[in-house]
Design a protein around this ligand. Structure first.
Ligand code: HEC
Ligand code: HEC
Length: 321
């Protein structure tokens, strides 16, 4: 058997396995995307072993249909990858959604949109009630984009939800899909994260692209490498400001295209180093740092309102432009 035949054979096996466990609707999904068509699905696990989780494969972009629905999907994609231009009124920093949700929101383990779409409505401890996907998207504008939440019926929101809906075609709702979110379950640092070690990791593995000062790099006024802290980065209320989110994202995705190459300890240390720098104020701040920490950051995963390397984090004068 040539390697090519072998691959084809495995693919057939994977398809057979898939149609076995999944009823016809999944088969429809597989023509454009769906569980069981990804690379992880092509190797059958040895008998008795835990099955290799199959990663959902979203439909290819070439499958975006013509017509008004497809136009809305395309607008959603545009907003996702060029947020500061396509949704300018709601963005207050230099980031794009796709800076943290890689490959235009398609990549597993970088909180892909197909994983998110089927996970809402969901209860969130962050605000103590059940959130729709719309409200979840609003949160990313307010904190990750340091901007303003678009109204739920704004065209920008409709577009993003339509893009996510299209990408999740064939995915089961209400299930945590393998590859959804950032892989932080059970991801713990061997030793408590350390600022000085994190600085060393940063210099060796990150500064080349994100800049020695973490401020990213711009070409003609547009960031080609996004800022990790400072006035143009996510604000103190953002999920990436939590050490577990940051460490998991970094471990799985950074340095870019070399995800998985850092040790767990390095990922936690550099996450701590990144999150121990100043960034725009938490928009829920009412003038009292300790009270804001108590109300919204009362967890060891947040450094806000704590002193690291001799600096009280969150105390910098407003960084809004
Ligand atoms: C600075 C990085 C960053 C940026 C920029 C960003 N996000 Fe996020 N996003 C996160 C983090 C962190 C989470 C939480 C992931 C988790 O809990 O596993 C998240 C979660 C989400 C979720 C929920 C995912 C899930 O599986 O529950 C959606 C949807 C989302 N973001 C959409 C967006 C959109 C739309 C934009 C742009 C308007 C955006 N994000 C910009 C970091 C970012
Ligand atoms: C080869 C260049 C490169 C290297 C090296 C690199 N990154 Fe990135 N990083 C990027 C790019 C480009 C993006 C945005 C990805 C996109 O938009 O597709 C990004 C995105 C990010 C983000 C989310 C966006 C933001 O600004 O907050 C974080 C956090 C991050 N990188 C941290 C790190 C850390 C920590 C390291 C070192 C361990 C690192 N990166 C190394 C290129 C790099």
């Amino acid at each position: 058997m040539t390697p090519r035949h072998l691959l084809a054979g495995l693919a057939v096996l994977a398809l057979a396995a898939c149609s076995h466990s999944a009823p016809p609707p999944a088969a429809t999904a597989m023509s454009q995307g769906g569980i069981g068509t990804g690379p992880a699905a092509s190797v059958a696990p040895p008998t008795g072993a835990k099955p290799v989780p199959t990663i959902f494969v979203p439909p290819p972009e070439s499958a975006i249909p013509r017509g008004p629905f497809g136009d809305m999907v395309r607008l959603g994609r545009e907003i996702f990858v060029d947020t500061g231009v396509a949704a300018k009124a709601y963005v207050g920093n230099g980031l794009r959604c796709s800076n943290c949700h890689l490959d235009a929101g398609r990549l597993a383990n970088s909180a892909p949109l197909w994983g998110a779409y089927v996970a809402y409505p969901a209860y969130r401890a962050k605000n103590g009630h059940v959130n729709t996907l719309g409200e979840r998207l609003q949160g990313c504008f307010k904190y990750s984009m340091n901007g303003k939440a678009p109204p739920l019926d704004a065209k920008e929101m409709v577009a993003l939800e339509t893009y996510a809906f299209w990408m999740a075609k064939g995915a089961p709702t209400g299930e945590k899909l393998p590859g959804a979110g950032y892989p932080k379950k059970g991801f713990k640092p061997p030793q408590p994260p350390d600022f000085a070690r994190g600085e060393a990791v940063f210099k060796t593995h990150c500064a080349l692209c994100h800049g020695a000062d973490g401020q990213g790099q711009q070409v003609a006024g547009r960031y080609v490498f996004p800022p990790l802290w400072g006035p143009d980065s996510f604000n103190w209320g953002a999920g990436m400001g939590q050490l577990d989110n940051a460490a998991a994202f970094i471990k799985a995705n950074m340095p870019l295209s070399q995800g998985g190459s850092l040790t767990d300890q390095d990922a936690w240390d550099v996450a701590m180093y990144m999150d121990a720098h100043e960034r725009p104020q938490d928009p829920r701040f009412k003038g009292d740092l300790a009270a804001t920490r108590k109300a919204y950051h009362d967890t060891p995963m947040s450094l806000y309102g704590t002193t690291v390397n001799g600096h009280l984090l969150g105390s910098a004068p407003a960084m809004r432009k």
